[in-house]
Design a protein. Structure first.
Length: 220
C-alpha cells in the first residue's frame, strides 16, 4: 500500500492534475465526502485527508509515505525525517508583512520601535525580523491574521498573500515580502528506502508533470 497525505481545498484541487499524470484518480472528492481515507483507481494507492499543517507530521512518522505541503508549513515544521525532492510549483503565493493603512512601518522600524506581530508562522517571522534587526513580540494565531491589527491585537501581521484581495478588504497594506511560497512533495525518508520501487515512479511522474507544465505539453 502507498499512502499519500493531502489537505483538501487548493492543494487537493491543484494536485489532481499531477496525480492524473501518474495514473492516479481519487474515488471521491473530499469536499463532498466526510471520509478521511479515500481510495483511488489503483488499489495499492490511497489518500489520507489531513489539515495542511499536519501533512509533514503524517509523513515524518510514516503514517503517510508521501505528501504535499506548502513551504510555509514546512518551514514551521522543520522538515525532520522528510525528503523534499520536488517543488511542485502549485498553490503559489508569498509570505509578507502587512500593516493597517496609515501605519508608517518604515518609520517605526527606523526608530527601533518594538512591534507586536500576529502570525501563524512564528519561526519564519522570528528569523525574518531577527535578520533585519527589528524588535518584535510575536503573537501566535491559527487563522484570520488580518483581523488582529483591526482590533488592536497587533501592529502588523505576517501572512500569505496571493491576489491581495483579503488585505484590501481589511484596509491593510503589504509592506514587505518575506519569501515566495509554493508547495513541495515530501517523502518519508525510511519509506523511500523500503518502498523505492513504488515511490520513485510517482516522484518521476510528478517531476515529468512539472516539466510538461513548464513546456506547455502536459497538465496542469
Ligand atoms: N491565497 C492563497 N493562494 C495560493 N496559495 C495559498 C494561499 N493561501 C495558502 N496557500 C498555500 O496553500 C497551502 C494550503 O492552504 P490551505 O488554506 O488549504 O490551508 P490552511 O488553512 O492554511 O492550513 P490549516 O488548515 O492547516 O490551518 C498553504 O500552506 C500555502 O502554502
Ligand atoms: O491575497 P488573497 O488572494 O486574498 O489570499 C490571501 C489569503 O489566502 C489565505 O487564506 P485562505 O483563503 O486559505 O483562507 P484560510 O487559510 O483562512 O482558510 C491567506 O491566509 C490569506 O488570508
Amino acid at each position: 500500500m502507498m499512502t499519500i497525505a493531502l489537505s483538501k481545498g487548493r492543494i487537493f484541487e491543484e494536485t489532481l492534475p499531477l496525480l492524473a499524470v501518474a495514473g492516479i484518480v481519487p474515488a471521491e472528492n473530499p469536499e463532498q465526502s466526510r471520509k478521511l481515507i479515500i481510495g483511488t483507481n489503483r488499489k495499492e494507492v490511497r489518500l489520507v485527508i489531513v489539515r495542511a499543517s499536519d501533512v509533514p507530521t503524517y509523513v515524518q512518522y510514516g503514517a503517510a509515505d508521501i505528501g504535499i505541503a506548502g513551504k510555509d508549513i514546512l518551514l514551521e515544521h522543520g522538515g525532520v525525517g522528510l525528503y523534499q525532492p520536488l517543488d511542485l510549483a502549485i498553490a503559489k503565493c508569498r509570505m509578507s508583512v502587512a500593516v493597517p493603512e496609515g501605519f508608517d512601518y518604515a518609520a517605526a522600524v527606523k526608530r527601533g520601535a518594538r512591534l507586536r506581530v500576529a502570525t501563524k508562522y512564528l519561526n519564519t517571522a522570528r528569523e525574518h525580523f531577527a535578520a533585519k534587526g527589528v524588535h518584535v513580540d510575536l503573537i501566535k494565531l491559527y487563522g484570520s491574521m488580518e483581523l488582529a491589527p483591526l482590533v488592536g491585537l497587533a501592529d502588523a501581521i505576517v501572512d500569505l498573500v496571493s491576489s491581495g484581495a483579503t488585505l484590501r478588504a481589511n484596509h491593510l497594506l503589504e509592506v514587505e515580502e518575506i519569501m515566495q511560497i509554493s508547495s513541495r512533495l515530501v517523502v518519508n525518508q525510511a519509506a523511500l528506502k523500503m518502498k523505492r520501487d513504488r515511490l520513485q515512479p510517482l516522484i518521476d511522474a510528478f517531476a515529468g508533470a512539472i516539466i510538461g507544465a513548464i513546456s506547455g505539453t502536459t497538465a496542469p
